[in-house]
Design a protein around this ligand. Structure first.
Ligand code: TMP
Length: 210
């Protein structure tokens, strides 16, 4: 059994990742692929417990460094218990956010040294994405969408426009630095058009090449 493929969605608040992840999972399933959908922070019982600490409460509840360490603790558990076992049995894993979110939110947004984040990655990431789909839209438009959606878990949304503009640029910089892994998709388009762009990239980069 060949190892499965690992796809991540990244982007700022309100970029449409969760909607596009569901659509992609449906199309892959129709194409005969076994798919596991998951998210970060979270995706395993222990990591979901850590998520509750991270996404609730005041914006300054944690420093950027404390956040980064909590994200990597959650990520390690998620990899060990959910992602790696699924890939090993041949399933494809589609994940809502992964390590690029720590580079953007805690690194560019929260001021954590990128060298420290890279060091944590090299010890913690026993798996890396085959393809990362970055849904891009202006920070103010994303925050407006996320606000209209409502719900709890607003700790990161409340960090201010400057923070969200920095992390948008960080995602674009990651894509420019790693074009073989990352694609940037315009998240302002209609849901169906974004879905087609996502599918084109997955098909040409992963399905057509085995
Ligand atoms: P979500 O709203 O996409 O479910 O993500 C939860 C929040 O966690 C979101 O505001 C982004 C934030 N986050 C980080 O700050 N660093 C990370 O490494 C991850 C995975 C998420």
């Amino acid at each position: 059994m060949a190892r499965g493929r690992f796809i991540t969605f990244e982007g700022g608040e309100g970029a449409g990742k969760s909607t596009q992840l569901r659509r992609l999972a449906e199309r892959l399933t129709q194409a005969g692929v076994e798919v596991v959908t998951t998210r970060e922070p979270g995706g395993s019982p222990g990591a979901e417990s850590i998520r509750a600490l991270l996404v609730n409460g005041d914006a300054d509840r944690w420093s950027g460094l404390s956040e980064a360490l909590l994200m990597f603790a959650a990520r390690r558990d998620h990899i060990e218990r959910t992602i790696a076992p699924a890939l090993d049995r041949g399933a494809w894993v589609v994940c809502d956010r992964f390590a690029d979110s720590t580079r953007a939110y805690q690194g560019a947004g929260g001021g954590v040294d990128p060298a420290l984040i890279s060091a944590l990655e090299s010890h913690v990431l026993s798996v890396r994405p085959d393809l990362t789909l970055i849904l891009d839209l202006p920070a103010d438009a994303g925050l407006a969408r996320a606000g209209a959606r409502g719900g709890g878990e607003t700790r990161f949304e409340s960090k201010g426009l400057g923070f969200h503009e920095r992390l948008r640029q960080a995602f674009l910089d990651i894509a420019a630095a790693e074009p073989e892994r990352c694609v940037v998709i315009d998240g302002r388009d209609e849901i169906a058009a974004v879905g087609e762009a996502v599918w084109d990239d997955v098909r040409t980069r992963l399905l057509d090449h085995g």
